[in-house]
Design a protein around this ligand. Structure first.
Ligand SMILES: NC(=O)c1ccc[n+]([C@@H]2O[C@H](COP(=O)([O-])OP(=O)(O)OC[C@H]3O[C@@H](n4cnc5c(N)ncnc54)[C@H](OP(=O)(O)O)[C@@H]3O)[C@@H](O)[C@H]2O)c1
Length: 367
């Protein structure tokens, strides 16, 4: 694997049509209210779980340090503490389920699972598809080979994200056998995603003109709208799901071209895509995933990463809104950010670099 693709795998692990599920559930099917604890709840996925759970009539408690967005959800019970050693505020309390969105180190996840095992029925652990090792085969299901690390006591999350998450999964299962639900999302996108790892595209396409599009348009892509994931997590709590589920989308294979066409449909404008070959971009040292987000060229052992099977989750109710709706809503959210933040996208190439690359591509292909 060359540097660019290795870089992609590294970055991917550190950072990862139809009616949306929450909208599709008729009000009449509202369940008996449940008490749900979220370990976290205030950054990106957490708030969407809170909103989806509230819409279904559930009662929430959030446990966190009170550092991230402390003003969010003033009417919800908050317990403060630190996952690494200060769990006192969780003692002696009972919930139907706990959703752990903030577990990255097995030792720490094990502490909360041990403490909560007698006091919750179900432990939902938000893992990641980065638990899979390199060289994945397309269509890999939940039983695919997992990433490992030479020293499992090494707690450097940035370096060992996937392997540590795999060990966290095991830790939860060990403390709560038969009562753990492991959810492995792919790249989570949508309103509220501060990483810009997908947002680059709606923003770029909305700006219009000639847009550098990577590859030949046929490379498969996978991602999941945070709201679809959150709605399904709440459904899985209601249904007391257990076991391990890959959770990325969409339901049917999506290519880079179909994604960009969907984004254009969602955000409008006059964008015209110029497809630039993978080889050319490699030569120009343009990195898949970080420089041109979501995109992973389908070659040399990375193709499985964007073709993970989510058949099990689909059969268990995971549903997706269309690429156009995700793009439209993400762009609408992006426009609410302060002007200086909007000027500094955290992923993707700059307008100048794109112009330079397009000029070089046209010069190379005109010969
Ligand atoms: N983003 C992706 O593309 C992607 C892809 C696959 C999987 N995932 C997984 O999805 C999850 C999403 O995370 P999120 O950040 O969006 O979740 P979140 O629940 O919205 O936010 C993280 C929460 O954890 C709390 N927290 C952090 N450190 C803590 C500590 N030491 N003790 C107690 N609370 C702590 C934060 O609050 P305080 O800072 O106030 O403590 C915050 O409320 C992660 O597990 C990630 O691995 C993400």
């Amino acid at each position: 694997m060359d540097r660019n693709r290795r870089e992609f795998v590294k970055t991917a692990v550190v950072a990862t049509a139809g009616i949306a599920l929450a909208d599709a559930l008729p009000a009449a099917s509202k369940p008996k209210p449940m008490k749900i604890l979220i370990l976290g709840g205030t950054a990106f996925l957490g708030p969407q779980i809170v909103e989806a759970a509230q819409a279904r009539g559930h009662v929430l408690t959030l446990f966190n340090r009170g550092k991230t967005n402390p003003g969010l959800f003033p009417d919800i019970e908050k317990l403060h503490g630190d996952r690494d050693g200060d769990l006192k505020s969780l003692e002696g309390r009972k919930w139907d389920a706990v959703v752990d969105t903030s577990g990255f180190v097995p030792r720490i996840v094990s502490m909360s699972a041990t403490l909560l095992a007698p006091n919750v029925n179900q432990y939902v652990f938000i893992s990641t598809i980065s638990v899979f090792g390199e060289g994945l085969k397309p269509g890999t299901a939940e039983d695919g080979p997992l990433a490992t690390m030479p020293d499992p006591s090494n707690e450097e999350v940035m370096k060992n994200y996937g392997a540590l998450k795999a060990l966290c999964e095991k830790a939860v299962d060990k403390e709560m056998p038969g009562r753990a639900w492991i959810v492995r999302p792919g790249l989570i996108v949508g309103p509220g995603d501060k990483s810009d790892r997908y947002t680059y595209w709606p923003v770029r396409v909305a700006r219009g003109g000639e847009v550098l599009a990577p590859g030949d348009g046929k490379d498969p892509v996978q991602y999941i709208d945070v709201r679809d994931l959150a709605a399904w997590i709440v459904l899985g709590v209601e249904r007391d799901l257990t076991g391990t589920y890959n959770a990325t989308g969409p339901a049917k294979a999506l290519t880079m071209k179909a994604m960009l066409d969907g984004i254009k449909k969602g955000v409008g404008g006059d964008a015209k895509f110029t497809w630039v070959s993978t080889e050319f971009l490699e030569k120009e040292k343009v990195s898949p995933w970080s420089d041109l987000p979501v995109w992973v060229p389908s070659q040399d052992g990375t193709e499985g990463f964007t073709q993970i099977s989510c058949a099990k989750a689909l059969a268990a109710g995971l549903a997706f809104r269309s690429p156009a709706v995700t793009a439209k809503d993400t762009f609408a959210w992006f426009k609410t950010l302060p002007v200086d933040r909007r000027g500094k996208l955290l992923a993707g190439i700059s307008a100048d670099r794109e112009k330079e690359l397009l000029a070089a591509w046209h010069a190379a292909t005109a010969k």
